[in-house]
Design a protein around this ligand. Structure first.
Ligand code: DHB
Length: 312
């Protein structure tokens, strides 16, 4: 039994896409709606449409095995109004829809939040605090004063529960400080951990060049590389934010990693790099693998093991 609940909403299963993957245009969103995923999220949007960074801007990193991906998309998106129109015709009985916003300024974020509030639709708002790829824009999640201000303004503007997408943190003091800020905002109902590990540099030894074009080759890491960092962030916020629901993202390519995210405390599990590589057919595969792992271990429901990580 893979059914679960997210903020009272019943879900067929805990899997969904990671924002940015397979969710930029209506045909992709429709494919996710028809897929086996239990929920879905739209591409992080800005107030105005954007072309994003020059290509190549996403590459999978393969050697003797796969390591992950690097991307510097630069927020190519169809603009807020486009995703709002999809959200207004989405079938919420089929599955919940999250709408990710990533305004270039606080004002742009507040304009989108206002408009989403006025639309009065069941879409769940995820405010992206962690896009690493827009030249000249720093990640809000790494500026705790800016994060505090944004959460205060979005809380008072939106007046409904919402969530945030965080960058990965690497220091216990940063886990403490970020969680303390989040816990001061009761409308922050969910926290998605993690966005890509920002501004990595992947170099091809044969050609002695960067793998991607934007920002001299610097881009966000996803996939296999990021799993332990993702699990640490999921579990760090699960421990520190008992009133909030955690969504796990990072390094999921099979039932094994999905199980580990749930064990670490995630309620939903997102798939990015592997969905990019494999397409929406990945969802039934990972669900079958997760069900087999639960069966082997004698777990009948996700509640039997979710958040029950043991320490030694
Ligand atoms: C992009 C990348 C991200 O990691 C993100 O959170 C938002 C946007 C991008 O490059 O488009």
């Amino acid at each position: 039994d893979l059914t679960t609940q997210f903020l009272e909403l019943p879900l067929k299963n805990p899997l969904m896409n990671a924002s940015g993957v397979w969710c930029s245009v209506a045909s992709q969103l429709e494919a996710l709606a028809e897929s086996a995923a239990g929920a879905m999220v739209s591409k992080s949007c800005t107030l105005q449409p954007r072309d994003g960074n020059p290509e190549p801007r996403y590459r999978v990193i393969n050697g003797e095995r796969t390591f992950g991906s690097i991307n510097s998309m630069g927020l190519p998106n169809e603009g807020f109004a486009y995703y709002l129109r999809y959200a207004q015709r989405h079938d919420y009985e089929q599955k919940p829809l999250f709408m990710s916003i990533s305004g270039l300024t606080l004002d742009d974020n507040l304009t989108m939040v206002d408009s989403l509030k006025d639309a009065v639709i069941p879409a769940l708002l995820e405010v992206n605090l962690s896009c690493p790829n827009v030249p000249g824009k720093s990640q809000i999640g790494y500026d705790f004063d800016a994060m505090d201000t944004l959460l205060a303004e979005v809380s008072s503007g939106y007046q409904r529960p919402f969530g945030v997408k965080l960058p990965p943190y690497f220091d216990m003091a940063h886990f403490d400080e970020a969680a303390e800020i989040l816990n001061r905002y009761p409308l922050v109902a969910f926290v998605t951990c993690i966005n890509s590990i920002g501004n990595a540099l992947v170099i091809d030894i044969d050609s002695e060049t960067t793998l991607i074009k934007p920002k001299d080759g610097f881009g966000g890491l996803g996939g296999d590389y990021v799993l332990p960092t993702a699990l640490a962030n999921v579990n760090a916020f699960y421990r520190r934010c008992p009133e909030k629901t955690i969504i796990g993202c990072g390094g999921v390519k099979s039932g094994t990693e999905a199980f580990l995210h749930l064990l670490a405390g995630a309620t939903l599990v997102q798939i990015g790099t592997s969905l990019y590589e494999e397409g929406p057919g990945i969802f039934p595969r990972v669900l079958d693998e997760l069900a087999a792992i639960m069966d082997d271990k004698g777990y009948k429901t996700i509640a039997d093991f979710r958040g029950k990580l043991k320490t030694i």
